[in-house]
Design a protein around this ligand. Structure first.
Ligand code: AMP
Ligand code: SF4
Length: 440
């Protein structure tokens, strides 16, 4: 869970089965805020599921923390979900009519309620029937009193990997979660697959046919950790390649290549190597200022980027800088960083971004923004460059981004860049993220 903390900082939880009952400990905050030696002692058993939450459906409150526990006709379950459903409301209304009760506002509770609804069937069948009803992105891991089960939607939008340890198996969103416990990577859970792990070993059911593998390409660009492997590719290497391509596509004379840490670091390394311009850490990041569930006081919030990043003035002064980051979403971060660099005496600031412009909102589990808030939704690259105050701005092309992954374009969701949503978004949901554009 420590290794996966970057995937969510709002809440953390663990459910453990000792084969007779399931115990859940969860709370708001980071893994280190929720768990200590004492609370871990109470969690005894041989099957467990842990979760760190990053919300895209449902608000930031305790009830939405995961794993979500429920007793069903065939025993207790605890479930942890990565992704975002797009037919949550429809399913919730249907379940409410059937007399189901909800304590949270999350889409995950809908999944749990559906599995419970079908719990006259064996658990594998109940999950398969649930999968037939779900639309959207879901990789989830659940435990019963006797089994550990991993599931991936038929598009495989969010990752889920299988690892082997001496006496068992581990399922993890990313391979970096396997490394830390010494598990050996076995393979990914396939789109549409259910894997069941119990005392007899690991079994697989292809519950739904693969519709179109559509792994989120933003995992490659930003979300997953650089030491993880996706589609057989180390993400540090993929990001370094993105930077190298960017250097070929958008060269410029400068004295230093500096990343926006940490998201821009591998691409900045690649840019520097390919351009021959020295890599330099122009901005130092305070690693203790994160996105936690505790909102900082207004005075601290106003400090914003300044609290997180401090420029190395002596290195920057009178220099022509190339600044590399993975993406521009709203444009506010880049704008502030460029202001800070100019205040520190930079002579020129050239911004290079290792992904194409983000033009469309995400409905599948990455918290980007509404369409109208996305700076690239209605501005040209030149206009964005002006807005953020850069001397020049360049983005990576689609083709080079895809090339960095070593897989064909068809294997990915690229909707936030090209607007093609592999799972079509219902009109009412679309309006929630497109509506501001309509009224502006
Ligand atoms: P913005 O100010 O909105 O343009 O933010 C861009 C910065 O946010 C970049 O440094 C990205 O690394 C980072 N970023 C991109 N996507 C996300 C996301 N979904 N959640 C949090 N940060 C992000
Ligand atoms: Fe990932 Fe973008 Fe697709 Fe969302 S829309 S799943 S962020 S590629």
């Amino acid at each position: 869970m420590h290794a996966l903390q970057h995937r969510g900082q709002e809440s953390a939880g663990i459910a453990v089965s000792d084969r007779t009952s399931i115990l859940v400990v969860k709370d708001m905050g980071l893994v280190t805020q929720v768990f200590n030696e004492k609370s871990l002692v109470s969690l005894q058993g041989s099957i467990a599921v842990g979760h760190v939450r990053y919300s895209t459906t449902g608000s930031t409150r305790w009830e939405n923390a995961q794993p979500i526990y429920q007793t069903t006709k065939s025993g207790a379950i605890a479930l942890a979900h990565n992704g975002n459903l797009i037919n949550t409301e429809e399913l919730r209304e249907e379940l409410l009519k059937e007399g189901n009760k909800f304590v949270s506002t999350s889409d995950t509770e809908v999944i749990v309620n559906l599995i419970s609804y079908y719990s006259d069937f064996p658990i594998e069948k109940a999950i398969q029937k649930t999968m037939e009803r779900l639309r959207g992105a879901y990789s989830f891991v659940l435990i019963t009193e006797e089994k550990l089960i991993g599931v991936r939607d038929p598009y495989g939008i969010r990752p889920l990997t299988i690892g082997k340890i001496e006496n068992g198996y581990i399922l993890s969103s990313e391979t970096c979660g396997l490394d830390i416990v010494g598990a050996k990577y076995v393979r990914d859970v396939e789109p549409g697959e259910i894997v069941i792990i119990d005392e007899n070993g690991l079994f697989s059911i292809q519950a739904l046919p693969v519709i179109k593998p559509s792994l989120c390409i933003f995992e490659f660009i930003y979300f997953a950790r650089p030491d993880s492997i996706l589609y057989g590719k180390n993400l540090y290497e993929a990001r370094r390649f993105m930077g190298a391509r960017l250097a070929e596509l958008a060269p410029i004379e400068a004295d230093i290549v500096a990343p926006i840490p940490d998201s821009g670091t591998p691409a900045a390394v690649g840019y520097a190597e390919r351009s021959g311009i020295p890599f330099c850490e122009g901005l130092i990041k305070n690693r203790y200022v994160g996105r936690t569930f505790i909102q900082p006081a207004q005075t601290l919030r106003q400090l914003g980027v300044k609290m997180k990043l401090n420029p190395l003035r002596d290195l920057i002064k009178d220099k022509r800088l190339i600044i590399v980051d993975d993406s521009i979403v709203r444009g506010t971060t880049s704008k502030k960083i460029i202001e800070i660099l100019r205040e520190a005496g930079a002579k020129e600031v050239h911004m290079r971004i290792s992904s194409p412009p983000v033009k469309y909102p995400c409905f599948y589990g990455i918290d980007t923004a509404n369409r109208s808030e996305l700076i690239a939704s209605d501005k040209t690259v030149e206009e964005i460059g002006k807005f953020i105050g850069a001397d020049s701005l360049a983005y990576l092309t689609f083709d080079s981004l895809v090339e960095s992954t070593g897989r064909p374009r068809e294997d990915f969701c690229l909707a936030c860049f090209d607007g093609y949503y592999p799972i079509s978004i219902p009109q009412d949901l679309k309006l929630t993220k497109f509506i501001l554009e309509k009224s502006s």
